[in-house]
Design a protein around this ligand. Structure first.
Ligand code: SAM
Ligand code: SF4
Length: 329
């Protein structure tokens, strides 16, 4: 193995979030309320399969063991199965996850599993079909639920469900969500709404702190679970009466960045050291032939020295990220 990716604060990077497209077919009110709008024929410029293989191989050589394929909506890529297959066949990668809006899951999840996908996150912001439609702009609740059922049917032991909690939309649904996971092996991940560059008053009106939710669940017998080195950012809780688990993602909490173990590569091949606050570092020129790998690794290692200790979100920084579809959430 080449030298493990590490920054000057001794954080080691085991986890790569790889975006494969900016395109999305949903219009989530906190992400792409107007829907996806291509900028100057950008569709054709997303990373190709050979480029994806090269970037993942370089990360794996430097200690990355988990890759999350994200977007936009990653399953809109026609070669999505090939991408999963390529990532899962990279030496050193033991976990291949995706985050999806679930639109194609019912039809495709068996193929994804066969291609090597080990973990699935699906976004379901409401258990009420009308509210789901209102939040996502799409009347696809039943389709997404069928996708979750299918995932269990084809052999996934757990599915993670992402829920962005919002004051004026789904906050009242927490009890319904908890009831739902009583008998299902679902890790419900309550994500705090994050402020992005294109958000206006939406954040002020809808942001809910995860702190109160944590206090509530701890008072109700939920217990914290121990973290693994390549785990994502969630604080996970279990309860003896529930088959499911709760994950809390609280990016505004002090200390959130201390356990940062992940790096991001955008769909156009830029390295992002943090979800917020920078324009990205070009890697694509070094993804053209296999023999560029040492140079690619050196560039990433050099850039890691400038990774900041924190995202400073709590100081109102929403940085250069217009919306999370542009960098993969
Ligand atoms: N399209 C896929 C999906 O929605 O699952 C993958 C990409 S999406 C950008 C990844 C995750 O980021 C989703 O769970 C979504 O709910 C979340 N997300 C998007 N914008 C967000 C925001 N402003 N604050 C918090 N979470 C956000
Ligand atoms: Fe699309 Fe995901 Fe953004 Fe919703 S959160 S608009 S599904 S990229």
């Amino acid at each position: 193995m080449a030298q493990q990716f590490e920054d000057k604060f001794h954080r080691k990077f085991y986890y790569l979030r790889l975006s494969v497209t900016d395109v999305c077919n949903f219009k989530c009110s906190y992400c792409l309320p107007e829907g996806y709008r291509p900028v100057g024929g950008e569709k054709s410029t997303f990373l190709t399969l050979p480029e994806i293989k090269r970037v993942v191989t370089a990360f794996a050589d430097c200690g990355t063991t988990k890759v999350r394929i994200t977007g936009g909506e990653p399953s809109l890529r026609r070669d999505f199965n090939d991408i999963i297959h390529a990532v899962s066949n990279t030496a050193g990668i033991s976990k291949v996850a995706t985050t999806t809006n679930g639109y194609r899951m019912a039809k495709q999840v068996a193929n994804w599993r066969q291609a090597g996908l080990t973990h699935i996150n699906v976004s379901v912001d409401s258990l009420n079909p009308r509210m789901f439609h209102q939040i996502t702009g799409e009347n696809k609740f039943e389709q997404v639920m069928a996708g979750i059922d299918k995932a269990f049917e084809v052999g996934y032991e757990q599915v993670k469900v992402n829920v962005v909690l919002m004051n004026n939309f789904n906050l009242r649904e927490i009890p319904a969500f908890l009831e739902w996971i009583k008998t299902r092996p679902i890790q419900l991940r309550f994500i705090e709404l994050m402020q992005t560059g294109e958000m206006d008053q939406f954040f002020e009106k809808n942001h809910v702190s995860g702190v109160n939710i944590r206090t509530q669940i701890l008072a109700n017998g939920w217990m914290p679970k121990v973290r693994q080195s390549n785990d994502g950012p969630a604080q996970v809780f279990t309860h003896p009466d529930y088959q499911g688990e709760i994950g809390l993602i609280m990016p505004y909490e002090k200390g959130f960045c201390e356990t940062c173990n992940r790096l991001r590569v955008s769909a156009k091949g830029k390295l992002h050291l943090c979800l917020f606050g920078e324009q990205g570092i070009e890697l694509r020129d070094l993804l053209q032939v296999d023999k560029q790998k040492p140079e690619l690794i050196s560039r990433i290692q050099a850039q890691l020295m400038s990774k900041s200790v924190s995202h400073y979100l709590h100081d109102g920084n929403s940085g250069a990220t217009p919306h999370l579809a542009s960098i993969g959430g």
